[in-house]
Each structure stands twice: as C-alpha cells, then as structure tokens.
Design a protein around this ligand. Structure first.
Ligand SMILES: Nc1ncnc2c1ncn2[C@@H]1O[C@H](COP(=O)(O)OP(=O)(O)OP(=O)(O)O)[C@@H](O)[C@H]1O
Ligand SMILES: [Mg+2]
Length: 251
C-alpha cells in the first residue's frame, strides 16, 4: 500500500488558504495523473466552490445522522462498512480529485466518539490517494485539535503584512510545541506585488524550512469576484505558475 503525501494548509483568515489549496489540488493531480483527495476542514466551507463542484452533504450533516443511530453504529461487525458507505455519501468524486467537506462540528450532544470514528475513517481512506490536501480553518485551533494525525508538509500561508507573518510564525511555534508529526514546513507569502517590500523583510519569521512567494494575480481576484472556480484559471497565469513551481518543491 502506498502512503499518502499529506499537505496541510494553515494561516490567518483571508490570506489565500483555500485558493492555494484548490490550485495545489489541480497541480498535484495533473502532475501525478492520479486523483487527489481534497479535504475542506474549514467549518465555513468553500473549497468545493473554488474547485468548481457542488457539495450536497458534509461530514457535519452525516455526524447528525450517525448520532441519531449511534446504537447501531457502536454494535458490532458491519459498522465499518456502514461508516465507509456514509463517508462515501459525503464525498464528491471528480475527475482530478475527490472532495470531503467536514462542515460544522458544533451541535447538541456528545460528538467525541463519532468524531474519533470519522477521523479514523478519514485516515484510513487517505492512503488510497497519492496526495491529500487539507484546507484548514483560519487560525490555529485546528492544530490543537489535531485535525490530522500527521502531515508531510505544513504549508502556512501569509499575506504580505507584518500581522500575517507574525501569525504564521506563531502557527509554526505551536506546531513545534505540540510536537506534531510534520515533515517539511513551508511559509507561503501570498499576493505579493513585485517583490517583498523592504519593510517586511525583517518580519519574515525564522524556522521555516522553505519560504515561497506567490504573486498577486488579478485573474484570481476576478474569478473570486464572479464566483467562478479556479479550474478556469489559465495554467500560465502568474499564480498558477507559482503554484506549479511550489509543487515541484514537494515530493
Ligand atoms: N495570489 C492571489 N492573487 C490575487 N488574489 C488572491 C490570491 N490569492 C487569494 N486571493 C484572493 O484573496 C481572497 C481570500 O482568498 P481565500 O478565500 O483563498 O483565503 P482563505 O485564507 O481561504 O480565507 P478564509 O480564512 O476566509 O478561509 C479571495 O478573494 C481570493 O480570490
Ligand atoms: Mg478558506
């Protein structure tokens, strides 16, 4: 069995996590010629939109159903199959990617048991894919919750601001403190116009294995404004080309 190469995308709000996740999914799929697993782990989900697919069911919805039927699930043999079946229902299958949308996790009742099960199953399907890209919610809560067990790359996105860079540094510190199983750490400074302003050079946090710049790309903004998916972004656009180069630094 192959072991999935997991890229977790993190960063403060609005810096371009979902945009880069979607572009990476497309890039890794075309590079490997295989279907990539995309995981939208942001409760305020929009990776589906960026990838150009409609999400009808999230894991959060599924969790509600499972909670209602928890006795069935805890009892014995076919529970694993039932769970896999349910999980598949919450998956959008595409040509280049399969998408799992986590959705909201709050609600009444105790979800710990079901959350653990879901996480276990998600972990178990990951290795069916060569690449997994996880688009996380803003901030660093997800790191403390250990949304995923291990990651080959922690890709922390920042905008070209002092606050963004400081947050990126804190995310890296937290990942280290929590002793997360991380392979490579990468700082991605997004929406950079021309080059990184002189004033920001001293603000780039230390400790990342790599630092990559992605240029500001008007066509990305235009697609977002009209609600069109990034699949329509020309492959030779500046952002897509930069993601192409970034992906070459991965496995
Ligand atoms: N390289 C880029 N050039 C131009 N615009 C960009 C670029 N990257 C992202 N954007 C735009 O920035 C905005 C925020 O991007 P995105 O939604 O990907 O951020 P996010 O970090 O996922 O946000 P959230 O924290 O809300 O999930 C979007 O309008 C997107 O189109
Ligand atoms: Mg997002």
């Amino acid at each position: 069995m192959t072991v999935a190469y997991i890229v977790a995308v993190a960063g403060k709000g609005g810096v371009g996590k979902s945009t880069l996740s979607a572009l990476l999914v497309r890039e890794l799929a075309s590079r490997s010629g295989k279907v990539v697993l995309a995981v939208d782990a942001d409760p305020n989900s929009n990776l589906g939109e960026k990838l150009g697919v409609t999400v009808e069911r999230t894991i959060g919805d599924l969790r509600e159903d499972l909670l209602r039927r928890s006795e069935e699930i805890t009892a014995g043999g076919s529970k694993q199959e039932a769970m896999m079946y349910q999980l598949r229902l919450a998956m959008v299958e595409g040509r280049e990617f399969d998408l799992v949308t986590m959705g909201r996790s709050e609600g009444r009742g105790c979800y710990c048991y079901i959350n653990t099960l879901l996480r276990t199953y998600l972990d178990s399907i990951m290795d069916d894919y060569p690449y997994v890209v996880i688009d996380n919610e803003a901030g660093m809560e997800h790191l403390s919750r250990r949304t995923c067990q291990r990651m080959d790359v922690l890709l922390v996105v920042s905008d070209a601001t002092k606050v963004g860079l400081a947050t990126a540094g804190r995310i890296l510190d937290l990942a280290r403190e929590m002793e997360l199983a991380v392979g490579t750490t990468m700082l991605v400074i997004n929406r950079v116009r021309d080059e990184l302003p002189q004033a920001l050079r001293g603000a780039v946090p230390e400790g990342f294995d790599r630092v990559v710049l992605i240029p500001y790309d008007q066509s990305v903004e235009d697609l977002a404004a009209s609600g069109e998916p990034l699949s329509s972004l020309p492959k030779d656009s500046t952002a897509a080309s930069a993601v192409h180069r970034l992906a070459r630094e991965l496995k």
